[in-house]
Design a binder for this molecule. Structure first.
Ligand code: G
Ligand code: G
Ligand code: MN
Ligand code: NA
Length: 252
């Protein structure tokens, strides 16, 4: 309860920030091809509160739209700062499945991008595969409207949920992120995991969807992924999530 009232206050004030974890070309990991924005909250009394604590709390208390708007605003600030430096990079934000239930979600996002002069292609919405379980036809229709306008859609934690493959196409998904629980077992003789990841990569190739490996922590994993034609990765082997200033320094 203490956290909840602090969260309400934080949404009204400005105690949130984004950190950015680069996505890299696995064959040449110094080449940054994108980034995932991760929300951080430092409360004056509680200190740093982890998203795993406050995101579910926001969702349960009808605050997920407010939280997403905050994230979009911080995303826009970062993009505009990069544009001013001549850098145009697609950046992913994590969106609560709850927000997609709001009927005005599409117009909110599109008018927000328009107002801030941000090309829709430079926004990637990450939704978890697990959240797709509760998708209605309205939800998929909304996501299809967003991708038709150029916004990119990424399915996070892929392999842990039950995504309908038909929906991936219907929503014009551009990216699948292989869950890090699979990536952790690559290159160490775990044949079942390796076959699953190979199947995800083949699915991506077949549907023209980019497959990103998340949670890459070892050189062994990177080598396995390159050998199996996975071209983009994210993880502690390359870069931890970066504060805004150091993230920008990596790009200019
Ligand atoms: O950054 P960290 O490892 O603490 O993130 C933990 C979890 O919180 C991840 O699953 C991530 O997807 C989620 N998360 C991080 N930032 C956001 C955000 O801005 N919105 C939502 N809904 N989830 C986020
Ligand atoms: O669920 P989602 O994929 O959004 O989670 C992103 C979270 O994963 C971030 O909080 C980030 O700190 C964490 N993360 C990023 N790279 C790695 C990694 O290589 N290993 C582990 N264990 N976690 C990672
Ligand atoms: Mn994510
Ligand atoms: Na993930």
């Amino acid at each position: 309860l203490r956290i909840l009232s602090s969260l309400r206050t934080a949404l009204a004030e400005d105690n949130f920030r984004l950190v950015f974890q680069p996505k890299v070309d696995l064959r040449n990991s110094r080449r940054i091809v994108g980034a995932e924005a991760l929300l951080r909250w430092r409360d004056p009394h509680l200190g740093e509160v982890a998203p795993l604590e406050f995101v579910p709390l926001a969702e349960m208390n009808g605050l997920s739209n407010a939280l997403d708007l905050r994230v979009l605003k911080l995303f826009a600030e970062q993009q505009k700062s990069l544009f001013a430096k001549g850098v145009f990079l697609p950046i992913s934000v994590n969106i609560s499945a709850r927000s997609l239930h709001a009927a005005n979600f599409v117009s909110t996002v599109l008018s927000f991008l328009d107002f801030n002069n941000i090309p829709p292609e430079l926004l990637i919405l990450e939704i978890t595969e697990t959240s797709m379980l509760r998708f209605s036809s309205d939800t998929t229709e909304r996501l299809a409207q967003l991708t038709a306008a150029g916004v990119r859609l990424s399915i996070d934690d892929f392999g842990t949920g039950y995504a309908s493959l038909l929906y991936l196409e219907k929503m014009n998904t551009s990216e699948l992120k292989i869950d890090r629980s699979f990536v952790a077992k690559l290159g160490i003789g775990e044949m079942q995991t390796e076959r699953i990841v190979q199947a995800i990569l083949a699915l991506g190739r077949g549907l023209g969807i980019e497959v990103v490996a998340e949670g890459v922590e070892t050189e062994t994993q990177r080598e396995w992924l390159v050998k199996n034609e996975c071209t983009v990765g994210q993880g502690f082997l390359f870069k931890r999530p970066q504060e805004r200033e150091s993230f920008e320094r990596l790009l200019i």
